[in-house]
Design a protein around this ligand. Sequence first.
Ligand code: GTR
Length: 374
Amino acid sequence: MGTREESLPEALFTVDGTKIVTAEQWEKKRRPEILDLFREHVYGREAVKRPKNLGFKTVEKEGMMKGLSKRKKVNITFEGPGGVGLLRLLLFIPTQPVKPVPVFLLINNRRLEDEDPERDMRSPFWPAEYIISRGYAAAVFHVEDIDPDYNDGFQNGVHGIFDSPDQPRPSNAWGTISAWAWGASRVMDYFETDPEINSEQVALVGHSRGGKTALWAGAVDQRFAMVVSNNSGNTGAALSRGKKGETIQIINNGFPHWFTENYKNYNDKEYELPVDQHMLLSLIAPRLLYVASASDDYWADPESEFLSLVHAEPVYRLFGLHGLGTRQFPTLDSPVHRDNVGYHVRTGKHDLLEYDWQCFINFADYYLETGVSC
Ligand code: GTR
């Protein structure tokens, strides 16, 4: 084990130095501690949890995808001191089987055409027809409904709605990634009200900045049964210590609105952070966790993404699960999985493709006990 790995903060020692040896100690003591460290230093403290006035308005259309699915457009509304917000959820539900179905929810950080409600345009980024053909509902929302992805001093989006404009912004206030994760939880609030969706089988997927968001959402909200990080890189799945490509300093300079002000204290000082990203992955345990990399994605750094998953294993072990059980970096295009944890590195560039979706769904079929098999 090199110095890089030796320098990682211990997931299983509490701040006061106590060793965690049971799943119960983890859940009661160490898990909340780590969550709090990430809130304070990295992603930030949310101004609001579930708003009291959350509203859902659904418009349905039968006979989509040649009769194989039904479409729902759901307007999720919320109100705060700064106004009203609207998250537009697009959801396709397979016509068969007639029972609550598991769902894949994509946090879309790319083009809006990727989520064409009429299905005139198809995209491998969100292959809704394919997801439906595998017996899962396919859901998507666009991040910009929650918070536009540029640095405007937190005036717009949910920050404008819920933050206190008359008070100075705290250095641990939520950034844009945290806001998007908050949006994913509001979709989960909706799923809990939809009798056609099995809200205990929700798989949350994100690519790149969306992957960072999926991991943070899954850490904060334990209702997500499965979390998929695709090419999430820095401050996503990848370890920050010793990382190649994008570093904390680079990401903070490029995207000053994504994380807390506190995070900037760790520019070029990743070794001083009280956490590293294997601890974020640990917060998903014992739930299903899938990390995917792409071979040419030097910026995200596949090896650091894989190692992070390896170092999340001690927490999975508390639950009687082994984790991947290998430290060997997997062969290209050969997904590996064991005991609720999966990984693959796809040949090619930074992207989310149908091949990646196939792997995610194979993994879900194996572990989610959906009763769906292909
Ligand atoms: C890059 C950023 C990455 C990643 C990517 C993306 O510019 O440096 O951290 O999030 O954008 O979202 O595609």
